[in-house]
Design a protein around this ligand. Sequence first.
Ligand code: G4P
Length: 526
Amino acid sequence: MSIQTEINKRRTFGIISHPDAGKTTLTEKLLLFGGAIQVAGAVKSNKIKRSATSDFMEIEKQRGISVATSVMGFEYKGLKINILDTPGHQDFAEDTFRTLTAVDSVIVVIDVAKGVETQTEKLVKVCRMRKTPIIVFINKLDREGKDGFDLLDELEEKLGLTVRPLSWPVGMGQRFKGVYNLYEKKLVLFRPHAKQDDTGEAIEITDLDSPDLEQHIGENAAEELREEATMADEVYPEFDKEAYLNGELSPVFFGSAINNFGVKELLDCFIEIAPTPLPRETEERIINPLEDKFAGFVFKIHANMDPKHRDRIAFMRICSGKFERNTNYLHVRQNRKMKFANPTTFMASKKEVIEAAYPGDVVGLYDSGNFKIGDSLTEGEVLHFKGIPSFSPEQFRFVNNANPMKAKQLAKGLTQLMDEGVAQLFIKEINGRKIIGTVGALQFEVIQYRLKHEYGASCQYEPVNLHKACWVSGEEAALRELTSRRKRDMAKDKDGNLVFLAESAWTLQMAQENHPEVRFHTTSEY
Ligand code: G4P
């Protein structure tokens, strides 16, 4: 099969949501459709349950499980669909941001009762920055929730999306009767806990004024649907695939994942409109998936939880050409050739060694410490993929060595954990002290635990009063001036980039005012 045919078959996407909106349930239903799993409950949740936040072992166990569920491939109607899992827990938001660099589109799940929640806002913002095409699935219609129009308003106001409902709910909660497919002009009646092959009864009603409607859903519901569907068609723009692909228009579906209702409509529309593997930007040039030379980048590194094996799995997205097992490729940052005997793909919960992979695929590479997030592999060309930035952490602590006999182990452990992207390390210019910055408090525990169990090193934390870490850029003279005047606030990140550590929003503002020629960035890529 030609590379072109392989590429056209692939759809690689991520599902994002606030925890508990139904991401895991929806993923599972999609896999059931693809026949990738046979029974419900086969997909272990990658979410870190709230109750587990104080039980660290439990968190690690759950994270261990998520290796298998990091990528889930399945076939549906002749297409190869890859779902990349994204942790919903906010303390792992950076993991999710990075995973979003490896997808071509996303499905956003919203809980009908809760509407748009904070975690969704943050993640969608990242997607919008990258113009990632977005489909919205409003879940749990079997429960009472917000009014359909109010929810669409929320999507527009809070997420900044331009929306177009492609289905419309008939009632909700106890009164939930089904959804009307505005696109195909079909009414699908709701039956709770429908089986996989039973996705409700589709009744074709091309004219909503037809008295058939009353027959199926009763007088009140019929009246309400007529009014709302007409209004939806009038208020919202026509669905336009081009606009969706440009990230400018988001189709919206309503359903109930747990009841497997509305999921097939979502999937059928998804395969029709979702993009095939898209080009990727590098510092050098744009990489087109159709190029015959292979190139890919590492977007996630997962520690193997088995203490007997220190190896890790680096997840690589294939961006162009064909990746083959046991073939020499250039590890660009290390400038050396590497080959892989056991590249792995993931079909649902099964891992499998593969011979070849194509653009849009994600392969797992066993790694003993050679990879960092953002690394590229190519057939020889020097390429640096863009769009895998570090974000300014929100929480900071000094890290001190608690066991002087294990200084080397601590240094190694910290470097490797930072390469995995668990947290960020800043080294103060003035005294060489190390500061760890994270998105959430959980990571401090994760680091301490893993340093001890994987590297035999101990660390202690000390509070440090910091508000943000800003990467700085500008003319050399301006940067020199900043560094000499604000010596105490300057640090280097793990790649040696200059960073301004701001104690408060006010100090940051003062520094900006006093050094107008320096630019301050809250992400490492600008
Ligand atoms: P997440 O991955 O986004 O965190 O959400 P998940 O799928 O785990 O779903 C969160 C909860 O919402 C689960 O209940 C799940 O059963 C429920 N749920 C998902 N879809 C629907 C739906 O369409 N309708 C209703 N009523 N509930 C839904 P739980 O009690 O937290 O977990 P469990 O014990 O059922 O697994």
